[in-house]
Design a protein around this ligand. Structure first.
Ligand code: F6P
Length: 567
């Protein structure tokens, strides 16, 4: 193991550690009175407005955080990423999701090769294919147009596309393009997910897109084989060529599976799974549903933030600012979680996507060269759209644990409603909460205020809000495909910033391997016990007991069984 210059050993880190004491003496109630401070904590770029004045920081703190960024060589690391250097050192890979949304003429190199032409070759192929399917020029085996798509994939091959799909569903322009079409996802290997994903679908009019970077993920491959069986048992084996296509970096395995390589959409090992929504992983299913022109706007929104992240000074660089603030919250103030609270139902799948993006990227215990970290990196991300969350976990956020919150608000609703005679429109009602909650968290309510309100003495402790709970607010002009792309890129880069400062590798994911390999042993045992009646052996007492109990119920492996409602 190499010895490492840990960021925690730098003067800049130690200065921040010392500075924590000063911030602990402050209260957001007072910090918020300083208008100059607040003004300095508002940033705008390309319609995205960030207000971080409700973070537990002073201007001095921010100066110290910028110095920390310098000590961590943040600028150089960003440049290394954009120039295709192999910053994912444990996998010896470049990290170039920015190339996925680069303008056609841009040059970005990996291994000495400009990758942008290949990116556009695949995008052009997706445009062509999706237009053929949407127009009915590409038809199914029985001559019918394919109006429904099931995208089979898990993790990064699922969560990003699901987030973008659910965000676009109610965008008027996207919805118009999606008329008469359905896009569904099959991720979990649970057969119940198979049944749900194909419920009421007809194989004759369905296209299955198998999405897997490696084309070896056990869940995805079993689900793909299951849907292949669903198609071929109903339409014959030859129908697979018309009804199944693939997205992968592993084209030989796509061919072995039986999908025509002409119907495979490539991406590259320099795209991490959780950073792949802008590759064919997301672009293909989303273009089939909404048309390529809508998805292109999503890519353009992400590109706008890529340019900003690369070139803006740290003081006005949105991903850098929010990344540094998360480092401050997690590592210096010791808040282990982050709540993602979009006041937009269309962003209901945003937090689940960020969970993977953030926790798979930064949930690490060693530095990039393998030295155990003497501090906590990564954070627990969770969230729900407001106002639903307010009626669920906000109690804990207001009076229990301190959880820094991201409030995300939209200026113009995708689907405005105003009922004559109501005090406000429905969207203004939603946004009243978006504006109120951060202040409730920051200011709280003191016992003195409660007594003034004539609250009985015995209830005062219960009704007291300590306040001083940090949040940041992001306001987007609307939730168009372009804005969705911007939001995605802000979070992708924020997470990279955190990892760069912590000095970890945000682009590998070795932590998911152990469970997978143990499942392989269990799978072998289940087969041996069910088929050859072999006793359970080689497991600890607990696992053996649980497995034996599970195996007591006899389920037959004799014939192919597909969900009942479709056969
Ligand atoms: O969960 C581990 C992981 O490798 C993720 O990083 C990835 O997004 C997911 O599995 C799916 O992988 P693949 O696209 O190769 O099927």
């Amino acid at each position: 193991m190499a010895s490492s210059a840990l960021i925690s050993e730098t003067e800049q880190w130690k200065n921040l550690k010392q500075h924590v004491g000063e911030i602990q003496k402050t209260h957001l109630r007072d910090l918020m009175n300083d208008v100059d401070r607040c003004k300095s904590m508002m940033v705008e770029y390309d319609g995205v407005f960030l207000d971080y004045s409700r973070q537990r920081v002073s201007q001095d703190t921010m100066g110290k955080l910028f110095k920390l960024a310098e000590a961590a060589h943040l600028k150089e690391k960003i440049e290394k990423m954009y120039s295709g250097q192999k910053i994912n050192s444990t996998e010896n890979r470049s990290v170039l999701h920015v190339a996925l949304r680069a303008a056609r003429g841009k040059e970005i190199y990996s291994d000495g090769k400009n990758v942008v032409p290949e990116v556009w070759e695949v995008l052009d192929k997706i445009k062509d294919f999706s237009e053929k399917v949407r127009s009915g020029a590409w038809i199914g085996a029985t001559g019918k147009p394919l109006k429904d798509v099931v995208s089979v994939g898990i993790g990064g091959s699922f969560l990003g596309p699901l987030f973008v799909h659910s965000a676009l569903q109610t965008d008027p322009e996207a919805a118009e393009y999606a008329k008469g079409r359905q896009l569904r996802f099959l991720a979990n290997v649970d057969p119940v997910d198979v049944a749900r994903s194909i419920k009421d679908l007809d194989p004759e009019t369905t296209l299955v897109v198998v999405v897997s970077k490696t084309f070896t993920t056990a869940e995805t491959m079993l689900n793909a084989r299951t849907l292949r069986e669903w198609i071929s048992s109903s339409l014959g084996a030859e129908a697979v060529a018309k009804h199944m296509v693939a997205v992968s970096t592993n084209l030989p395995l796509v061919k072995d599976f039986g999908i025509d390589p002409a119907n495979a959409f490539a991406f590259w090992d320099w795209v991490g799974g959780r950073y792949s929504v802008c590759s064919a992983v997301g672009v293909l299913p989303l273009s089939l549903q909404y048309g390529f022109s809508v998805v292109e706007k999503f890519l353009e929104g992400a590109r706008s933030i890529d340019n900003h992240f690369f070139s803006a000074p740290f003081e006005s660089n949105i991903p850098v600012l929010v990344g540094l603030l998360s480092v401050w919250n997690v590592t210096f103030l010791g808040y282990p979680a982050r709540a993602i609270l979009p006041y937009a139902q269309a962003l209901e799948k945003f937090a689940p996507h960020i969970q993977q993006l953030s926790m798979e990227s930064n949930g690490k215990g060693v530095s990039i060269d393998g030295t155990p970290l003497p501090f906590e990196a990564g954070e627990i991300d969770f969230g729900e759209p407001g106002t639903n969350g307010q009626h669920s976990f906000y109690q804990l956020i207001h009076q229990g644990r301190v959880i820094p919150c991201d409030f995300i608000g939209i200026i113009r609703s995708q689907q405005p409603i105003y009922l004559k005679g109501e005090v406000v429109s429905n969207h203004d009602e939603l946004m009243s909460n978006f504006f109120a909650q951060p202040d409730a968290l920051a200011y709280g309510k003191t016992p003195a205020e409660l007594l003034q309100d004539k609250v009985p003495d015995h209830l005062v402790p219960h009704k007291t809000f300590t306040g001083n709970r940090p949040s940041l607010s992001i306001l987007l002009p609307s939730l168009s495909a372009y804005n969705i792309g911007q939001l995605l890129a802000i979070y992708e880069h924020r997470i990279a910033v955190q990892g760069f400062v912590w000095g970890i590798n945000s682009f590998d994911q070795w932590g998911v391997e152990l469970g997978k390999s143990l499942a392989t042993q269990v799978r072998k045992q289940l087969h041996a016990s069910r088929v050859d009646k072999k006793p359970v052996q080689g497991f600890n007492f607990s696992t053996a007991t649980l497995m034996s109990r599970f195996l007591e119920v006899n389920t037959s492996y004799d014939k192919t069984v597909l969900p009942k409602n479709v056969i």
